[in-house]
Design a protein around this ligand. Structure first.
Ligand SMILES: Cc1ncc(COP(=O)(O)O)c(C=O)c1O
Length: 415
């Protein structure tokens, strides 16, 4: 489903004019399509139906409560990586029995929170971590279900900063060390071995690396299932890639399912998926207003009111976001799209053919629903943008714009 489209040269979000949203809620503005999120969830659940996976939305991609709630209403669980994300997932209505907790450095406080609430399982990434979880469980008189995170050492052919399943990465334990970790886990009090977990990277556009990771781990999985009666889950993480560029081929859920579902079915195990970007990436736009156009002898700069603090992906990952004119019709010019922050890295698009926008025009960055607002900061004391959800003809504010006062609310002037 494409939630954002043109009719008579005006950009729409579902049935709502994007220009209306900008007028009503101001800019910079994140706009999300509820129907797109629902359609993505249903497409993945449908494609993987033969293994009936538990789809745990990876909350880090977009932490807005309305987004999490939309997915929870579809039946999704949550993949969280901090106490804060666990808090958000519970607050938004995700059942605790569908929450998995990953991350290489969980604190004692976070482990205790997860244990007290009774999450489905913690993924564990090292021996010290499993000992810490066991000590916490024993102290609380609880049982911690754990899934050992395997690093299968496959190349997901994506950007180096979002590769997580190669041997150089900090994540998981090597395949040959998983049995030892499970033996240790079995000896520790308060630990139940619930399964294994992997997540090989993000924005993966081919199903082959997923199939390869499964091929490398399936024997281990079968062996652990025989060895530990409590072993029930294989969590194959997230990572399904989407289209950012016009014409780019996304990894379709059917293609993904064709490569992974048969092997999963053969294992006869409960399957967990942790998609983030796939569910919300193309459900979001970042709408901004042109402040002015600056010509230098070498270049043209379109200066907008959104900046790297609102969307850091172009700088952090050299990510490409398509730039749309909210009202189409101007010719294209070669330019950089930049924000007002005092950094040369403050760009949203570099050396691109962009709409020849003028002061006051509205532009929209496509594919901004994942790792957009979630990575935003208030650098240069820029208040966080507002977020709005569209559902058919309706739109509603799902996060109000920060004020200057919000910026200093938690500060203490001391002596
Ligand atoms: C453990 C884990 N699961 C799931 C995800 C979600 O990845 P994606 O948004 O690519 O689906 C991530 C992303 O970093 C992750 O670290």
């Amino acid at each position: 489903m494409n939630a954002f489209y043109y009719r008579r040269n005006e950009l729409y979000a579902e049935s709502v004019l994007v220009s209306r949203l900008a007028e009503r809620y101001g800019t910079p503005l994140y706009v999300y399509s509820r129907r797109h999120i629902q359609a993505q969830y249903r497409a993945l659940a449908g494609a993987m139906a033969e293994v009936r996976p538990l789809i745990c939305y990876s909350v880090k991609a977009n932490t807005n409560a309305a987004v999490i709630r939309t997915l929870a209403a579809e039946g999704a669980g949550a993949d969280v990586v901090s106490g804060g994300e666990l808090f958000r997932a519970l607050r938004a209505g995700v059942p605790v029995s569908k929450i998995v907790f990953a991350g290489v450095g969980k604190t004692g406080e976070e482990i205790e929170y997860g244990l007290r609430r009774g999450i489905l399982f913690f993924t564990v990434e090292s021996e010290p971590e499993i000992r810490r979880i066991a000590a916490c469980a024993e102290r609380l008189g609880r049982t911690a279900r754990i899934a050992a995170r395997v690093n299968p050492d496959v190349d997901p052919a994506t950007h180096a900063h979002i590769t997580t399943g190669e041997k150089e990465n900090k994540f998981g334990v090597a395949l040959q060390d998983v049995r030892g970790l499970c033996r240790l886990a079995a000896r520790l009090p308060g630990i139940e071995i619930a399964g294994i977990h992997m997540h090989i990277g993000s924005q993966i556009l081919s199903a082959a690396p997923f199939a390869e990771a499964l091929r490398r781990t399936r024997e281990l999985c079968a062996e652990l299932k025989r060895a530990y009666p409590s072993f029930r889950y294989l969590d194959i993480g997230g990572g399904i890639g989407i289209d950012y560029r016009p014409g780019q081929k996304p990894l379709l859920p059917e293609t993904y399912a064709r490569q992974v579902a048969p092997a999963l079915k053969k294992l006869g195990i409960s399957v967990v998926l942790e998609p983030g970007r796939f569910l919300v990436g193309n459900a979001g736009l970042l709408v901004c207003r042109v402040q002015h156009v600056k010509h230098s002898p070498h270049k043209t700069f379109i200066v907008v009111d959104a900046a790297m603090n609102d969307l850091i992906r172009p700088l952090l990952y050299e990510a490409y976001h398509e730039v749309l004119a909210v009202r189409r019709g101007r010719r294209a010019i070669r330019a950089d799209l930049v924000g007002p922050i005092c950094e040369s890295g403050d760009f949203l698009a570099l050396d691109r053919d962009l709409p020849a926008a003028r002061e006051g025009d509205l532009l929209a960055m496509r594919s901004a629903g994942a790792y957009g607002f979630a990575m935003a900061s208030t650098y240069n004391s820029r208040p966080l943008a507002a977020e709005v959800m569209v559902d058919g003809r309706k739109s509603f504010l799902v996060r109000r714009r920060q004020t200057w006062r919000d910026l200093v609310r938690d500060e203490v002037i001391g002596n």
